[in-house]
Design a binder for this molecule. Structure first.
Ligand code: NAD
Ligand SMILES: NCCCC=O
Ligand code: NA
Length: 503
């Protein structure tokens, strides 16, 4: 099928550098959330395909063309992948929007980020060569010691649908930079661009088995990957309940995992801000970008009482001004949510909030001009108390709930009143106050006078129920390395612990 001159490719599983039909030959329909139409299908892997892919990955590590590469050689592959992404940027961005409902503007920005992330880890792969072997001086004549940093092995990478290719890249790029062999399992709700990454790897001649891509359902393809005895690590981004299942499966084999899970992040706004509209726009972007389907979305607005009324008036004006349309339309700022399931989930959160006594200040209905598609107006909810579901649980949709505070202490308490710990934002021009909040916020990411800007040089991840481990930056590479100590006895003297029988 071709939409707006972009053909939806029909692919198989990408295993051992080739396209391969799933053993059970099943496929899953691709649904365009803007039209609810089936626009193609993807292969559905099962445990049998996982076995084949894991075997291909292990063989890649044993072969010199992947297992013995230097970081500099791997960097060449990563740079070639980045170049191909940019070459196909406009087509890939359109495919991403058709599959996930992201606005074309955001999908195009994602493709730039994807290419930049591959470039960044190419640099780190090169730098790894000089850090591969680090001598450690014990100041002892009889021992020579050093530490090796080696690829961890075969890694399973399980990713979500909200930034389909970007979330995959945050894991694939460092895993390949480290020299691991990887099996990527993207989300069944948006896999098109991840499969195209397979075609790109084939075109640039990435050695067979270094990256394998298995699309399919979580329980059928993700679960056997998590519990596979020959997979050395699972790096996961997705929901908390799936994270628990993956950690439980991995625990049986003492397999390491890293978990990037959900959040219910706060944005605290003080009355000392110079420009109300600038703060309003950050609050809006912090919660409604990507139609609110962002793990770090600052979906709890905690606003100082003295400016709350004026702030909300302006927030309302800005919100009404957001263009909701087909994500491929120019200037679209809010597309549909990803699936019918997600749509129903968002609506249920709104009706529960109403039933619990909260006020829907704005939104929450289907926009009148859009008869089809999983569209919902952005929603602002007030009269919220801290025992309500809408305060406590991640919606993963364009839903902002609002609470006011009087004092700094109260603001900190409200901000940290969550089981999650991914991100927090503060808007204030008081530098010392911002420092106090940076220390007090119980999260892995702090934004000061902004919300959401993300840079691949910086560590990404959370604490509490948002998971553990970090993607991105040098931390994102470390997690794919095994640290090996080597201790050599260099003396000619006997160790002399036991009595020699010859004496
Ligand atoms: N912290 C972060 O960096 C970050 C980034 C993006 C999304 N997220 C989180 O992701 C969630 C939304 O994504 P989602 O709906 O795709 O999450 P999800 O947990 O439903 O699915 C994520 C992935 O796990 C797979 N999966 C499902 N069941 C599985 C199982 N039993 N075993 C192994 N794999 C399984 C899915 O097929 C998919 O590929 C939100 O909670 C969001 O906060 C977190
Ligand atoms: N800006 C990227 C956020 C990734 C998580 O959802
Ligand atoms: Na889709």
């Amino acid at each position: 099928m071709a939409i707006r001159n972009v053909r939806i490719p029909s692919r198989q599983l990408y295993i051992n550098g080739e396209w391969r039909e799933p053993v059970k030959k099943n496929r899953i329909p691709i649904i365009n959330p803007a039209t609810e139409e089936i626009i193609g299908d993807i292969p559905a892997a099962t445990a049998e395909d996982v076995d084949v892919a894991v075997e291909a990955a292990r063989r890649a590590l044993a072969r010199d063309d992947w297992g013995s590469t230097t970081g500099a050689q791997r960097a060449k592959y990563l740079r070639a992948i980045a170049a191909k992404i940019l070459e196909r940027k406009s087509e890939l961005a359109t495919l991403e929007s058709l599959d996930s409902g992201k606005t074309l503007f955001e999908s195009a920005a994602d493709m730039d980020d994807v290419a930049a992330c591959f470039e960044y880890y190419a640099d780190l792969a090169e730098a790894l060569d000089s850090k591969r072997k680090t001598p450690v001086n014990l100041h002892l004549d009889s021992f020579k010691t050093y530490v090796l940093r080696e690829p961890l092995g075969v890694v399973g990478l399980i990713t979500p649908w909200n930034y389909p290719l970007l979330m995959a890249t945050w894991k694939v790029a460092p895993a390949l930079a480290a020299g691991c062999a990887a099996i990527l399992k993207p989300s069944e709700l948006a896999s098109i661009t991840c499969l195209e990454l397979g075609e790109i790897c084939r075109e640039v001649g990435l050695p067979p088995g270094a990256l394998n891509i298995l699309t399919g359902l979580g329980p059928e393809a993700g679960a056997p990957l998590s519990s596979h005895p020959h997979v050395d690590k699972i790096a996961f981004t997705g929901s908390g309940p799936t994270g628990v299942k993956i950690m439980t499966a991995a625990a049986q084999l003492v397999k390491p995992v890293s978990l990037e899970l959900g959040g219910k992040s706060p944005i605290v706004v003080f009355d000392d801000i110079d420009n109300l509209d600038i703060a309003v726009e950050w609050a809006l972007f912090g919660c409604f970008a990507n139609t609110g389907q962002v793990c770090s979305a600052t979906s709890r607005l905690i606003i100082q009482e003295s400016i709350a009324s004026e702030f909300l008036d302006r927030l309302l004006l800005w919100t009404k001004n957001i263009k909701i349309s087909d994500p491929l339309e120019e200037d679209c700022k809010l597309g549909p949510v990803v699936s019918s399931g997600q749509y129903e989930k968002v609506l249920k959160f709104i009706s529960n909030a109403k039933n619990e006594g909260a006020t829907i200040l704005y939104g929450g209905k289907r926009p009148e001009h859009l008869k089809k598609g999983y569209y919902v107006q952005p929603i602002i909810i007030t009269d919220v108390n801290t025992s309500m579901e809408i305060w406590k649980e991640e919606v993963f949709g364009p839903v902002l709930c609002v609470k006011t505070f009087k004092t700094e202490e109260e603001a900190i308490e409200l901000a940290n009143d969550t089981k999650y710990g991914l991100a927090s934002a503060i808007m204030s021009k008081d530098v010392e106050r911002c420092e106090r909040f940076t220390k007090a916020f119980q999260t892995g990411i702090i934004w000061i006078n902004c919300s959401q800007p993300t840079f691949h040089q910086l560590p990404w991840g959370g604490k509490k129920r948002s998971g553990f481990g970090r993607d991105l930056g040098e931390w994102g590479l470390e997690k794919y390395l095994n640290i090996k100590q080597v201790t050599e006895y260099t003396s000619d003297d006997a160790w002399d612990f036991y009595k020699s029988p010859s004496n």
